[in-house]
Design a protein around this ligand. Structure first.
Ligand code: NAG
Ligand code: NAG
Ligand code: NAG
Ligand code: NAG
Ligand code: NAG
Ligand code: NAG
Length: 449
């Protein structure tokens, strides 16, 4: 215990010896002649020769991604910036001031580089830090936090599986490289690592990495620009659960509705309800996605595709219902149908009978004429021969007519048969069922692909 105490005492004594009663920060400021109305510090760039540009080292850390608004193409990060530069008028020996090597001052007392962010569209929401710090070698450091409302071109083609990269470009407002040279104090991997360490909360967007690009000015009249590119990935689980899956569910509901009977309006109203549900989801999508995008996002194509499928199936249902409606369903119509069938059959029979009778009649006629020919043949051989020839001719003509009639009968039978088929009950229902089945297969294959 004793050696330790004596060492402590020795240290205290040594401190007392070094300190020549100038142990306050004000002593340092007095030594520098740094007062509020000393224009040397606050008015101009702190260099003794104006040809020497001030090197400004910039460090940017990303604390949080507060918001990303695709609709307005707006990116709101919460960042922490540290600026360091050298002031040639500041220097002191810490040994003269009780070892003080670091003093903090109100920001308005010293000159500061006028850095701005190109993408910023609104005034900084966070109030600027009231203090800066200086050290004995003349380095000045300003730390600030910013809630940056910045523009960012978003590519939402892959929504909700998209990766966005937004730029923050730091540069001086008026100073060219003759006055200010801008340097990043860390490279991309360091910036990424440190941002990961300080980042506290991540909501929808996951920080991937940060790239630092120093765009050096090519001539003396332009400016140095440091671009911080923040890459981030969207958490898509919620969109899958809230959006993509429900649409798939609606589609499967629509598929399942093929099992509902076609008669009655339930199937139709069910399908219309499902279609309306998809429309609501589409409206939500419309609110999320920006209208400015040139290429249609995949999710919109997906949505409209499913909507189109459902609409097709709705139209198919309407068609099927129309076809079934064409079929006689109640008994009265069935009776009427059978009656008309009978009539048709009767008509056919009549023609058949007529044809038969005609056939018979011609045969009888021929016989009578033949008989007449036989009786009068002895009396009038010449006349008999004459009439006989005539009779044969007439008989032939009659046969021809009967043939024609037979043909007519045949075509009529055919016609009638086809018409009878048409009016067979359930024909259209079967057609409808066939259409239904074909469409169902078509639907399923489309859904699969
Ligand atoms: C300190 O600054 C004041 C006015 O700004 C000036 O009058 C004075 O001479 C300066 N003192 C020293 C030691 O430079
Ligand atoms: C002053 O000290 C603080 C705290 O240790 C440090 O963050 C800051 O960088 C120092 N200032 C300078 C100009 O070195
Ligand atoms: C972001 O900055 C990089 C580097 O300067 C540049 O290549 C890229 O085009 C910028 N992106 C946007 C969206 O401006
Ligand atoms: C970034 O800087 C660190 C430390 O200075 C260094 O180890 C690392 O290799 C650098 N990375 C790149 C990509 O330059
Ligand atoms: C940052 O992430 C993007 C996207 O994943 C990648 O293309 C890029 O190479 C990464 N940059 C670095 C420095 O790791
Ligand atoms: C810009 O200048 C610095 C310092 O001279 C240098 O380290 C850096 O590589 C330069 N960057 C580019 C892109 O030329």
């Amino acid at each position: 215990m004793r050696p330790v105490a004596s060492v402590l005492l020795l240290l205290l004594v040594a401190d007392g010896v070094n300190c020549q009663d100038k142990c306050s920060y004000q002593d340092v400021l007095n030594h520098l002649n740094l007062t509020k109305n000393n224009e040397l510090f606050s008015m101009t760039r702190p260099v003794k020769n104006h040809r020497r540009p001030t090197q400004v080292y910039l460090e940017v850390l990303l604390y949080a991604i507060l918001d990303v608004v695709e609709k307005d193409q707006k990116f709101i990060p919460y960042v922490w910036t540290v600026m360091r530069w050298h002031n040639e008028y500041i220097s002191w020996d810490p040994n003269q001031f009780c070892g003080i090597d670091n003093v903090s001052l109100p920001t308005e007392m010293l000159w500061k580089p006028d850095l701005t962010i190109e993408e910023m569209t609104e005034k900084d929401r966070a109030s600027p830090s009231p203090y800066l710090s200086i050290n004995d070698r003349g380095d000045v450091e300003v730390q600030n936090d910013h809630v940056l409302v910045s523009t960012c071109r978003m590519h939402i083609y892959n929504f909700p599986f998209d990766i966005q990269s937004c730029n923050l470009s730091f540069k001086s407002v008026i100073h060219t490289v003759k006055d200010i040279r801008l340097r990043p104090s860390d490279n991309s991997s360091e910036a990424t690592e440190w941002s990961r360490e300080v980042m506290r909360t991540q909501y929808e967007w996951l920080f991937i990495n940060m790239t630092v690009t120093a765009n050096n000015a090519s001539d003396l009249l332009s400016q140095d620009i440091i671009v911080y590119t923040i890459n981030m990935r969207r958490r898509s689980v919620l969109y899958i659960v809230n959006f993509i899956l429900p649409i798939l569910f609606f589609l499967s509901l629509d598929l399942a509705s093929f099992l509902i009977s076609d008669s009655g309006g339930e199937k139709l109203s069910f399908k219309v309800t499902v279609l309306l549900a998809v429309t609501v989801l589409q409206l939500i999508l419309n609110e999320i996605l920006p209208s400015s995008s040139n290429s249609i996002p995949l999710i919109a194509v997906y949505c409209i595709g499913i909507f189109a499928l459902m609409m097709l199936s709705l139209m198919e249902t309407i068609l099927v219902m129309y076809l079934i409606e064409k079929d006689p369903r109640d008994k009265e119509t069935v009776k009427k149908q059978s009656l008309s069938k009978d009539c048709n059959n009767q008509g056919k029979a009549n023609i058949h009978n007529c044809h038969e009778e005609m056939h018979k009649w011609t045969h009888q006629c021929a016989r009578i004429y033949d008989g007449a020919g036989e009786t009068s043949s002895e009396l009038l051989p010449v006349a008999k021969e004459h009439t006989g020839g005539k009779l044969v001719e007439e008989y032939g003509a009659l046969e021809e007519v009967s043939d024609e009639l037979r043909k007519v009968e045949k075509t009529l039978t055919l016609l009638l048969r086809s018409r009878r088929d048409e009016f067979e009950p359930g024909y259209w229902t079967r057609v409808a069922q066939r259409v239904n089945k074909a469409f169902f297969i078509f639907y399923v294959t489309l859904t699969q692909s």
